[in-house]
Design a protein around this ligand. Structure first.
Ligand code: ADP
Ligand code: ADP
Length: 226
């Protein structure tokens, strides 16, 4: 995934000021920065939820977005995991996961079986018939993880997925996210303001400040030259 010159303004405020970012296929990149540095704006632009004012996004050789012309979010090979889980409350756990497969021409039975396998991978086998409100926060985030990986997207985007969980759970889910993302073969981009989370998860860290990438390297490199 390659971003070139991503720029976004809100009125007179500049949220992104010409961001360049490359992630090698299959790598786990953490975008680290304080609140207001532009992390969410960048992620939403890559996902296609919101257009950049300027700049380009490529997945492999495929142009996904150039200025305001872009492939719509639902046709990008991307899945996103949110801070607040963003599950459909009126759907069961299994239906939430199956929803990510809605654009695949699959038999109902194949869809159900893929969803069941994804739920097993996140340790939730047997909970498919429950509704989100019947689950704990950690379980709900695991459902969101299953939904993210079930269709095997090329790119996984994580928007502070652990910040609503208590410290214990944060630690455990961090490990699970790392394992799941890396075994899925997807390229990952994970945003956080939490340094220790970034150091623990990343193959590579990009530090964002005031809408610009100010530093970039392996966790060791970034730690040595803060
Ligand atoms: P982060 O995710 O790092 O906290 P954001 O991408 O949310 O940063 O925000 C970057 C900057 O853009 C901030 O100054 C924020 O106030 C501004 N911003 C973000 N979204 C909007 C919006 N919808 N309207 C106006 N300003 C916004
Ligand atoms: P603090 O957050 O109290 O300022 P540090 O800046 O020392 O702590 O470290 C930030 C995070 O980086 C810590 O959570 C720590 O676990 C992690 N860390 C410490 N040393 C290293 C290292 N050599 N390489 C990678 N990560 C490290």
């Amino acid at each position: 995934m390659v971003v070139r010159g991503a720029t976004k303004r809100y009125g007179r405020a500049t949220a992104l000021d010409g961001v360049d970012l490359e992630i090698e296929p299959g790598r786990f990149m953490v975008l680290l920065g304080p609140s207001g540095s532009g992390k969410t704006t960048l992620l939403r632009g890559i996902a296609g939820i919101e257009a950049f004012d300027d700049g380009t996004v490529h997945f492999g050789d495929t142009p996904i977005s150039s200025g305001r012309t872009s492939v719509p979010a639902e046709r990008r090979d991307v899945a996103m995991v949110f801070q607040d889980y963003a599950l459909w409350p009126h759907m069961t756990v299994a239906q939430n996961v199956e929803y990510a497969l809605r654009r695949r021409s699959l038999q109902g039975s194949a869809r159900r079986s893929l969803a069941a396998t994804a739920l097993e991978r996140v340790g939730l086998d047997g909970l498919g018939a429950r509704y989100p409100h019947e689950l704990s926060g950690g379980q709900q985030q695991r459902v969101a993880l299953a939904r993210a990986v079930v269709a095997e997207p090329a790119l996984l985007l994580f928007d502070e997925p652990l910040s609503n969980l208590d410290a214990d759970l944060r630690e455990r889910l961090r490990v699970e996210i790392s394992t799941l993302a890396r075994s899925s073969g997807a390229t990952s981009l994970y945003i956080t303001h939490d340094q220790s989370e970034a150091f623990a998860l990343a193959d590579e860290i990009a530090v964002l400040r005031d809408g610009r990438v100010v530093q970039r390297g392996t966790p060791e490199e970034v730690y040595r030259h803060p």
